[in-house]
Design a protein around this ligand. Sequence first.
Ligand SMILES: C[S@@+](CC[C@H](N)C(=O)[O-])C[C@H]1O[C@@H](n2cnc3c(N)ncnc32)[C@H](O)[C@@H]1O
Length: 487
Amino acid sequence: MKPYALNKCLEILTGYLEYPNYSLESRLHNRDEKPFIPQNTYSEILKDLRGIIRWLNKIQFVTKKTLRTLNLASITSLQWSELYYCVYSMHWKQIPRHYLRKEFDDLHTTFPDRIIPAWNALLLQFLEKLTHFSWEIALKNKPLSEKISIYQAVPSFFVERLIPVMSEVKIEANAKAMNPFKDQNFIALRIVLDEGHDEKWVTETRDKYIQYLHKKGIKTKIDSDIPFLIHIPMNQRKQISNSQLYKSNQIIFQDKSAVIACLIVDPQPLELILDVTAAPGMKTSLIQELTHYQSVIIGGDIHRKRLKETEKLMSQLKTKNVHLIQWDGSKLPLRTEGKSKQQIFDKILLDAPCTGSGTFLKDPEMKWQQNKHILLKNRIIQEKILKQLKKYIQEGTTLIYTTCSLYPEEGEYQINRLINKPWFKEMMPQPLIKGISPAYSINKLLTALITSQEKNIIGLGRIFPAKQHTQGFFYAKFTRCLVSPHE
Ligand SMILES: C[S@@+](CC[C@H](N)C(=O)[O-])C[C@H]1O[C@@H](n2cnc3c(N)ncnc32)[C@H](O)[C@@H]1O
């Protein structure tokens, strides 16, 4: 990295280490910054910062082990940043030691006030020691769960939460699948469906778009289940964002897990659908496209800014029949009086706020936001909204509850809590779609409910980064029926 970029990178990393609640991108996107950071430098800094944050606990582990042999009193946040940058550069980017030394020499020439002779001497010793680091020795005698946490760079909290529902081998596989692997990761692009689309339109449009992408040197893979999804290598994302096809809103990025959620909603023309937490509107728009814009969605979100983004997306994609309201989903401002026996909504989608523990591939910063307080906060919001929805669920209404989390607390446990409530006795589990894995088997009642139809996953299901190569997602689908299925 050039001195200016390196200085900026270290400055942002230091800020993040001191106060991680503020995202890397927003730190880098400081509009008051003068001179403005050129686009190439911006991308280079962001790429390295995201790389360091993705592997943070692993980098910290290597750093601390290496420092053990050096005599140190105390280290400032800026100095930690320099060490982390060196570890990342040498071990992840395979940058040779002499090259890294030169980067720091240039940095000091450009920013002489950064020079602290004693620290610089230590940095050189550190680089020397770093070349001898051995994983075999460092991880020797550590329990498997700790090894997974360090080696796959996930918080130990993540591993601990999954141990009751998954083998350690599967936990490791899922954590690994949420880290990039030798530039071989793909991301999904959704073809925006035309109002009058049919199977032929989808196939022809897809083939046309694929040809266009190939001409631009972008590799593609057709999704094996969903005809309007195309997968492209993650490292070609920028080329897509710059393409005319993307700029004219004919394709958008959307993970397969989110598309599956919409297919599980199975929206039909003329249905009235409540989308409780709609922003930024990715699922809202697809639901409307699937019904040829003939369903009606009442959607909302608590965050004004995100709701504005939703309005913008609806306008860009020309999505019709969507009515957006800013609301708190746990206190919905929709009246129900006088209609207690009458069906109000055909479908209710709660794509709930959650820890995002299934989304580390896309959003590495999420890793270090995982802790028991965040989980509790999200569980409480989910519970409050689900409780509120009760009064909108009439005979025939289908509730679809989804989260992009791998934790059972935000999936199976939420449904399990509802199953014991009198009103939920009339909720009948519904078939999900092909290719979904069973939900975690947390107790007999839930297991009996979800496996009551041979091989067909009904009621509750999951998809996993290691199995379906998507974000980790939980799905639940229940319809209220007059006769209780559990009696
Ligand atoms: C998982 S995201 C929804 C994604 C959206 N369905 C989509 O596909 O684009 C969860 C959303 O819940 C919103 N949210 C959080 N707490 C809420 C509340 N109490 N009431 C309404 N929305 C809330 C967040 O602002 C966030 O936009």
